[in-house]
Design a protein around this ligand. Structure first.
Ligand code: NDP
Length: 438
């Protein structure tokens, strides 16, 4: 860790992510001379390549705007680089390195041949017109196109990058290269996208919770759930919870949290989708729209009593105090839709309380898994039906869960899913690195 911190000063999210994996896999490395000699973990903690560039574009007033763009290609030991693009003012190199590092282990867990990467920009799409977003995406791709390709690096969406942005990015890539192929995933159906890709992360997170509950003879039906965020992952988490007969009672955005004790039923969820994906408004409006709902300005959902929690907004959005409130409120299962939403202190609280805790790299891997399926569909010029993709998604989530149990079960029967996910994800990549030499 000393070398990692010295080599990436100030990148605290990256240090946090590496420390968390190192803690789980050190015993495995100590027991396996080949991993230690090949210095596998040290190698994985330095990106293969970091690309940083300026993005210059013109806003609706005709003024020139300048943003920073990045792509962190962390490891392609088991397949082409793969991971989302994030457009958010908080984006910096440290955040993208943490996300790219996590992505290596997540992608390995899916059992599909995908390496790990992440990219993005400090561009803030909030309040920007479609035209401005398009010009920004085009300017971003003017540099990124040199570094990606269907068997090189295949970006997808993340915070601030959904179907609209992927469409603009894909269009510019196609114009620049004169190639129509699967260089991005999360594309619309007309561009060769996969059915169920928008739903996959949220649905997968709920499937993972279902698997965790089943280990204790429990199920989702009748449970009350808190969900944070109100974007892609949060919306489809609520949708799947409703299908399973559970009740989601919160959603949030960077302004605050809405609480609806009667449940965010399908009609209300349809309204949220229009608010967030259509009008791009604030979640606060929900409390004006639906009687009985309240808005907690500047607050997160974790003080609301629940059986299940689905953090689905951003990193470090759930701290030790929040975790304490969740456990006190009766929460028995946390399934992370976001990447690294729980702080190390929060994870300690969950462990101590022996509740079911599914870390993001396992619980939210359904999104990248269906992206992997989208790549195979594009490569084979074919298309899978919705039920087929859903079956594959469920089967992948089951296999990720089984792997976490295999590597994470402790002597007293408790499953440490974080340890299980880290060891299972690491082992496959480590073996591939050893096999390929220096
Ligand atoms: P979206 O942009 O669709 O939604 C993000 C949501 O989180 C919005 O409600 C946003 O509110 C909120 N949010 C973002 N930053 C903050 C912040 N600093 N504080 C409070 N709220 C915040 O993104 P996604 O739903 O795609 O992504 C959500 C999480 O899921 C991220 O951690 C992402 O890495 C992870 N993830 C996403 C996958 C995918 O397939 N999309 C795959 C795997 C993980 P506001 O609009 O106010 O900013």
């Amino acid at each position: 860790m000393e070398t990692v911190v010295a080599g990436s000063p100030g990148e605290k999210e990256f240090h946090q992510a590496v420390r968390e994996v190192a803690r789980s896999v050190m015993p495995v490395i100590a027991a396996n001379k080949a991993y230690a000699e090949a210095r596998v973990l040290e190698r994985l903690a330095v990106p293969d390549r970091v690309i940083a560039f300026r993005v210059t574009w013109v806003d609706d007033r005709g003024a020139i705007q300048i943003n920073r763009g990045y792509r962190v290609q962390m490891s392609n030991a088991i397949g082409p680089y793969k991971g989302g693009l994030r457009f958010h003012p908080s984006v910096n190199l440290g955040v993208l390195k943490f996300l790219a590092f996590e992505q290596v282990f997540k992608n390995s867990l899916t059992t599909l041949p995908m390496g790990g990467a992440k990219g993005g920009s400090d561009f803030d799409p909030h309040g920007r017109s479609d035209g401005e977003v398009m010009r920004f995406c085009q300017a971003f791709m003017n540099e990124l196109f040199r570094h990606i390709g269907p068997d090189v690096d295949v970006p997808a969406g993340d915070i601030g990058v959904g179907g609209r942005e992927i469409g603009y990015l894909f269009g510019q890539y196609r114009r620049l290269t004169n190639r129509f192929h699967g260089v991005l995933t999360g594309k619309g159906l007309n561009l060769g996208g996969s059915r169920l890709r928008p739903e996959a992360t949220g649905y997968g997170t709920v499937y993972f919770a279902q698997e965790m509950l089943a280990t204790r003879g429990d199920a989702l039906a009748g449970k009350t759930a808190t969900v944070s965020g109100s974007g892609n992952v949060a919306q489809y988490t609520v949708e799947k919870l409703n299908e399973f007969g559970a009740k989601a009672v919160t959603l949030s955005d960077s302004g605050g949290t809405i609480v609806d004790r009667e449940g965010i039923v399908p009609e209300k969820l349809a309204w949220v989708k229009e608010l967030k994906n259509g009008r791009r408004g604030r979640i606060q409006e929900y409390a004006d729209q639906f009687k009985g709902a309240t808005y907690l300005a500047g607050r997160r959902p974790w003080s609301v009593p629940c059986d299940l929690a689905f953090p689905s907004a951003t990193q470090n959005e759930l701290d030790g105090e929040d975790a304490g409130a969740l456990v006190k409120g009766g929460c028995l299962c946390v399934s992370e839709g976001a990447n690294m939403p729980s702080t190390p202190e929060a994870i300690d609280v969950f462990r101590e309380a022996r509740i079911l805790y599914g870390p993001g790299k396992a619980a939210n891997a359904g999104g990248v898994a269906v992206s992997g399926l989208e790549m195979t569909q594009n490569a084979g010029c074919m298309r899978r039906g919705r039920d087929d993709v859903d079956r594959q998604l469920q089967s992948i989530m089951k296999s990720i869960h089984a792997n976490c149990v295999r590597f994470g079960r402790e002597d007293d029967g408790f499953v440490d899913y974080l340890k299980g996910a880290n060891i299972a994800g690491f082992t496959k990549v480590a073996d591939a690195i050893v096999e390929q030499g220096v």
